[in-house]
Design a protein around this ligand. Structure first.
Ligand code: AMP
Length: 236
């Protein structure tokens, strides 16, 4: 059977991480995230690894040439013999074209581009409303707030807008928001960057009939079931 090569795309908050783990476990193929691969090179001291760390720190993209080489090396590991879930890659039409011809040279092809569809206001609320307890339990002030109490707390000097604070009702524990989730501006900027980089890719893959949209506003299990159905339909 041909390998299973899935490109997974979705705005932050669309559940991409959870669904990548589902596909990985369900189909036995590795989750290949170029961001993770580059971060894992942090401890390497060679000049290529150092160069990559500098580029990442500056917030720019690593060149297509380097990124493609890192992806190729990863896809040639034994655990990727039956395919892979690609996450954060491709990020440019040049990477997309390279990937297609690389897979072709191995007698393989892309199975599908899975797009986890979520409207942007929902994506915003999933990030902005997210709070976590010290034990790792996750809540959301908009959608999962049964056990928590939340309130706006005025800035003492009235220099900044009120802060949103969530407390666990049962224990009084103050819940934590990731710093980059607490800033509405930063969230909007992340969503905007996502849209700008993915739009040309979506159009590119759309023209090849590879894009499969999955409604990511549904509960996690329903989204997983829909992904299964989509994969079954494109493989048959
Ligand atoms: P991520 O975790 O996907 O946001 O990636 C973190 C950083 O790694 C990005 O800001 C880029 O500098 C780099 N990176 C990850 N994936 C790619 C890619 N496909 N092409 C170029 N640079 C990438």
């Amino acid at each position: 059977m041909a390998g299973l090569y899935i490109i997974l795309m979705g705005v932050q908050g669309s559940g991409k991480g959870v669904q990548a783990a589902f596909i990985r476990d369900h189909y036995g193929i590795p989750h290949v995230s170029t961001g993770d691969l580059f971060r894992a090179m942090k401890t390497r001291t060679d000049s290529l690894a150092q160069q990559i760390q500098e580029i990442m720190k500056s917030g720019q993209l690593v060149s297509d040439e380097i990124t493609n080489a890192v992806v190729q090396e990863r896809l040639e590991q034994p655990d990727a013999a039956k395919g892979a879930i690609l996450d954060g890659y491709p990020r440019s039409p040049g990477q997309a074209q390279w990937l297609e011809s690389y897979l072709q040279s191995r007698g393989e092809s892309l199975t599908a581009v899975l797009l986890l569809d979520l409207d942007l206001y929902q994506a915003f609320r999933r990030a902005f409303g997210r709070v976590t307890s010290a034990s790792g339990e996750s809540y959301n002030i908009y959608s999962n707030s049964d056990g928590i109490e939340w309130a706006f707390v005025e800035d003492a000097n009235k220099q900044y807008p009120p802060r949103l604070e969530a407390t666990l009702k049962a224990t009084g524990e103050k819940l934590i928001r990731r710093a980059d989730d607490a800033s509405a501006h930063a969230i909007i900027q992340r969503i905007d960057t996502y849209l700008q980089t993915t739009q040309p890719l979506i159009e590119y893959f759309e023209s090849k009939g590879l894009v499969q949209r999955v409604d990511a506003s549904k509960p996690i299990e329903s989204v997983s079931r829909e992904i299964e159905q989509v994969i079954a339909s494109v493989r048959s």
